[in-house]
Design a protein around this ligand. Sequence first.
Ligand SMILES: C[S@@+](CC[C@H](N)C(=O)[O-])C[C@H]1O[C@@H](n2cnc3c(N)ncnc32)[C@H](O)[C@@H]1O
Length: 237
Amino acid sequence: MKQSQRLQQIDRMVTRHYNHIFDCCCDHGFLGQALLQRNIADTVHFVDVVEPIMAELQDQLERLYGTGYPRNSWQVQCQDVAALSLPKDGSTLVIIAGVGGDLLIDLVTALVSAHPDRSLEFILCPVYHNYKVRQALRELSLSLIDEQLVHENRQSYEVLHLASSATDIEAEPISPVGKRMWDLSKTEHQQYLDRTIAHYERMSQRRESAVGSTSAEDIVAQYKALRLPRPLKPEKC
Ligand SMILES: C[S@@+](CC[C@H](N)C(=O)[O-])C[C@H]1O[C@@H](n2cnc3c(N)ncnc32)[C@H](O)[C@@H]1O
């Protein structure tokens, strides 16, 4: 099974064992299957709303993993992610990738609101609207464990690994424009930054309102500041 660069990157960002991993909006379940094969969760849950695809996935998983894998090592759930009931106990990672920014915000907001006391981790990879997504995730008090930029077919994708406020993992605030994912010595990173700035400059010229109360001009300034040299860390004595 040939995995996209984007899904391979998400797979690499799962670096520890969880009791439950939810591959949400899983479509054909390629990512969940890669995780299942790594034996990195007690149970990998495949969740999507499209019934025929989920029925096909159920058959495929039964054929491939029906014997030889523990009975509960995978589960197929055909339902809306927004209405998902997450397990009450155990470490839980929720992955949502390959959906638009607005839908992703709605799904994460619904899950966080329905499970206010649960320690949750998320790996999120929206298609477009990254600034808006990051702002919304900050408002949900999620914090950053890791972030990476991945490029595929002339598209760039931001992948965020986050913790809910109830998690005791060391995490930092989410930057609306990204921070540690950038490596501007790489051409692809520079090109992605240039495209993003050009997008908000066009919005600013059209005087379109940008994201909530933040103007397109402000967003341009925040992205441009990434090009400035970072202050050197003081040397330890
Ligand atoms: C483009 S696919 C993404 C597949 C895979 N996650 C990836 O990143 O390549 C988007 C999937 O999201 C599913 N989807 C959209 N809204 C959903 C929702 N509210 N709940 C569950 N699945 C949803 C669609 O059925 C579709 O299979």
